[in-house]
Design a protein around this ligand. Structure first.
Ligand code: AMP
Ligand code: ZN
Length: 481
């Protein structure tokens, strides 16, 4: 028994019901992290949205094969290993471990397959050879190989490049050998990069000489290898639409002469305090930074996923406080309804994860499920959940009636991926840095001696640094803003 799940397909610009190519098995390929630093909360907005997609498909009755790659060789990883004078593998192994630890703390489901680009060099070389044979690629004198964009009639179908070019007139057909580029151009892109001095000892032998694959190729080769007959969903952040996904489509469709993935799903970006966030600009937060402010990963998960995934969200500290109190309410209802029904949270969630309870009635949570399965309208689903739990009169229920609420409620909690057993305090507990404590003490002293001007001045200074003082009967408490 499967129910409809609709996702917005960037290819058609429409919400479409997911209909897998084979039975109820959905192949889902997500472009994974570039493992050269700790993933920031923007990256996790995308990875968490994909986790909710997978969980929602599961609750709807689909089986999902989730593949998420690790980009462990590209311009950025090589630059980092040079900067740190460490072998490439040492750098990428370290950041892969940190990534896995963060995913676990966010309660994300592990992909069944997590292929590394460096373990699939042969597959990438084979794909290039095939494209050369078919005339879709050409080698240059320096031993690089480029994809010939003009040989693929549909180039630009995902990002609607041709339509955009009519207005930007940014056509430029000169070959481009960087992994990332932002120009709206029809540039031939690199699939094999000949060895350069800056690559150090990072190179592989190929029929075109020593070198390494271009970034776009790895996803094509690994998606084909692991999901060749289940090319259903391909997903990433919106920055990947062009050129990464456009180039993946070109290489793959030319090499196999058939459609490469049916549904292309993209998550909008996360901004921080209104600005763009990137590893390069060094203005990003990690899950550790947020935890140091007193918020466990489950609270961050809520804050990062409670908006619609196709809309840009602006991350603020206030959103963490709102997430904290929302989770307290969700947990309280879970505790109360489980208490009455006699069910145990971990056992129930485990059973749901294994596909039990799929046939159970949604009851008063039908509207919430309807919103969630309609292109992951999480804000509307949460709104509906809060309305329902407010009207539930648990004290009037017997255990059997309570189970009828508890089961669909926890199916939604499973889909949203909240680990309600992770520590959720009514208020975040956080220890302020020494200099903040010192300022707070000076302010308290000023207040005791009725020096209101100094006291106000110090309160404002603390506020500017992100701390609020709450006066108590015989002292004060510091809270992060
Ligand atoms: P990267 O590690 O840079 O390859 O990125 C991993 C994933 O995070 C990709 O799907 C990106 O599109 C996505 N991503 C990068 N920056 C952001 C952001 N600020 N907000 C949401 N997703 C992002
Ligand atoms: Zn990719």
């Amino acid at each position: 028994m499967m129910s409809d799940v609709l996702f917005h397909n960037t290819l058609s610009r429409k919400a479409e019901p997911i209909q897998p190519s084979k039975g109820n098995l959905v192949g889902m390929y997500c472009c994974g992290p570039t493992v050269y630093a700790q993933a920031h909360i923007g990256n996790f907005r995308t990875f968490l949205s994909q986790d909710v997609m997978r969980r929602t498909l599961q609750i709807a009755g689909f089986k999902v094969i989730h593949v998420r790659n690790l980009t462990d060789v590209d311009d950025k990883t090589i630059a980092k290993s040079r900067e740190e004078c460490k072998p490439l593998q040492e750098v990428t192994e370290l950041w892969t471990k940190v990534f896995h630890r963060d995913c676990e703390r966010f309660n994300m489901l592990k992909p069944q397959i997590e292929p590394r680009a460096t373990d699939h060099i042969q597959e990438q070389i084979d794909m290039i050879a095939n494209l050369l044979d078919q005339g879709h690629a050409y080698a240059t004198d320096d031993g690089s190989v480029y994809f010939r964009v003009s040989s693929f009639e549909n180039y630009g179908k995902l990002s609607r490049l041709k339509e955009r070019e009519l207005t930007t007139s940014a056509a430029d057909s000169s070959p481009n050998d960087s992994d990332e580029y932002e120009r709206d151009s029809m540039a031939d892109f690199v699939m094999w990069k000949s060895r350069k001095e800056g690559d150090g000892d990072v190179f592989w032998e190929s029929p075109w000489g020593q070198g390494r694959p271009g970034w776009h190729l790895e996803c094509s080769a690994m998606a084909m290898k692991y999901l060749g007959s289940n090319l259903d969903i391909h997903s990433g952040g919106e920055d990947l639409i062009f050129p990464h996904h456009e180039n993946e489509i070109a290489q793959s469709e030319c090499s196999c002469n058939s459609q490469f993935f049916k549904y292309w799903i993209h998550c909008a970006h996360l901004l921080v305090e209104g600005g763009k966030m990137s590893k390069r600009l060094n203005n990003f937060y990690t899950v550790d930074d947020i935890e140091k402010k007193g918020f466990p990963p489950v609270v961050l998960r809520y804050a990062l996923t409670s908006g619609a995934y196709r809309q840009t969200i602006n991350f603020t500290m206030d959103s963490l406080h709102a997430a904290q109190s929302a989770l307290v309410r969700l947990k309280r209802f879970s505790d109360d309804i489980l208490g009455t029904s006699g069910l145990k949270r971990s056992a129930l969630l485990k059973a749901i994860g294994k596909g039990k309870h799929l046939k159970d009635d949604w009851g008063m949570f039908a509207a919430a499920w309807e919103k969630l399965s309609n292109d992951l309208n999480i804000p509307a689903a949460l709104g509906s959940i809060f309305t329902s739990i407010k009207s539930a009169k648990i004290e009037e229920l017997d255990p059997e009636a309570a189970a009828k609420y508890a089961i669909p409620y926890h199916k939604l909690i499973y889909a949203l991926g909240y680990d309600l057993d992770q520590f959720i305090a009514e208020k975040p507990k956080v220890d302020a840095p020494e200099e903040i404590k010192k300022l707070a003490f000076e302010r308290w002293e000023a207040k005791q001696s009725k020096d209101w001007a100094t006291s106000d001045q110090l309160r404002d200074a603390l506020q500017k640094q992100g701390w609020k003082i709450l006066d108590k009967k015989d002292g004060y408490v510091l809270e992060p803003l």
